[in-house]
Design a protein around this ligand. Sequence first.
Ligand code: HEC
Ligand code: HEC
Length: 451
Amino acid sequence: MCGTRLLHSGPRSAIVGLALFALLAAPPPPASAAEEPGRDVPRDEHGAATAEHQEQVLDKLMPETDVSKPPPGFDPILWAAFIPEDNALTPQRVALGRKLYFDTRLSDDNSVSCATCHDVTRGFTDQRAVSEGIGGQLGKRNAPTTLNAVLLQTLFWDGRSPTLDHQARQPILNPVEMGMPDGAAALKAIGDDPEYQKMFKAAYGREMNYEDLGRAIGAFERTLVFMDSPFRRFLAGDDGAISAEARTGWELFNAKGRCMTCHPMNPSNPLGTDNRFHNVGVSARHQDFEGLARQAIKLLQEDPSEQKLDELAVGTDMSELGRFMVTRNRVDTGSFRTPLILNIAITPPYMHDGSLATLWDVMDHYNKGGEANPFLDGGIEPLALSEEEIDQLVAFLFTLTDVRFAEENQRQLGHQQAVAKKERPIRDEAMASRLTLPFEQRVMGAKSTDQ
Ligand code: HEC
Ligand code: HEC
């Protein structure tokens, strides 16, 4: 639980590290800038850009991708580690997955698709605090981006899904998301479409089935690799790729801010996640952990299915228990997987409950040492960052956006700056500058004077 381990363990993570290292060793040529979606786009009833519009934008973002080859810069053998044995990437599978990703027929009321909540024009999220599913129902969690999700070791805020292929089958059946009663109903909804029959055959060489539906969507998502940020160019040796302010922010990220203990960003891990679970005090703001934990244990004993877990995690207050719901281990109470922070500027609002509107709010949260609770990660404590240092850290976070989203990045900068100027609801300077001995000195035995 303590946030001091920089390296992952296990063979897959070693491979991931190597793969990303290889990637950085050979930076790809700059991607062509796609036309950025304006705010004036045609929208559907849930506020997402229409599927047609999203597909047009996607075509511009990813022209003529040859999926039999790894993304630019990835070593082919190492890239293969991200592809399941039973789901090799083929153009047919990606094409099928892409069609499914945008298809609202996979929801019970024909109004919601994956793209409703993972909208191409909004950083592959919905840019809402919590997501809206069928019948206008709101879930309890913020939709993370599907960008670069292929590189994560577990999926969902609590890591309850092991692969993209498995993950894709959950929202379709979740009552507050797409609301299909079961996989058979989802297949039935699209089964009469001769185009799907043809595409499933071409992709998997057998009759349509729910597992292959998940596999196809996973295959499509594996093509969403967007890592070409100014920061990466800076790491590869181009000092001028980011501003002096952002460079100081990067130093703070690694030192005074201590962000790198959980969000490692380096040549072998440019995602900015340790793939581990931590309680940084977000849920502690408004929850009674003990009562929720008792409730969760009871309900999961009655029905231990993965569908039930998905339902409770996304649709009820038990969401706040985080990783505990998966492991039923007390130390995981209120813990969530460290999110990847690539492209972070274009996926507000922030945290598992979408409770923080801007990256300045995120900094205010960390600066005051999170929210006290018995399960708070040992790596979280007041940081005594000045306003200038907060601005520098935020400037750094804005350099993590893929250059193909440069325009939305700029728009977000203006927008978040304006919001933060007006309102910093959780800023607490007294708490942030609490007199406290540096962590290192306390580890060496000095007595803290801060309590
Ligand atoms: C109603 C909104 C909604 C719909 C529809 C939806 N999602 Fe999500 N998605 C979410 C939310 C909210 C989460 C976080 C849930 C959690 O962590 O418990 C999530 C999580 C994910 C993740 C995990 C990302 C990570 O960082 O761990 C992936 C991948 C994903 N969704 C893909 C999909 C796909 C594929 C579909 C369509 C089959 C889909 N989603 C449909 C809202 C939605
Ligand atoms: C102890 C581990 C830890 C430390 C230290 C840490 N983080 Fe995090 N970070 C997390 C976790 C876990 C979350 C998700 C928490 C939640 O939603 O409840 C998170 C969330 C975030 C988010 C929001 C991501 C999103 O998609 O909503 C940003 C941005 C972020 N951290 C940046 C930072 C910065 C900058 C620092 C240093 C000042 C930092 N973090 C320090 C673990 C950590």
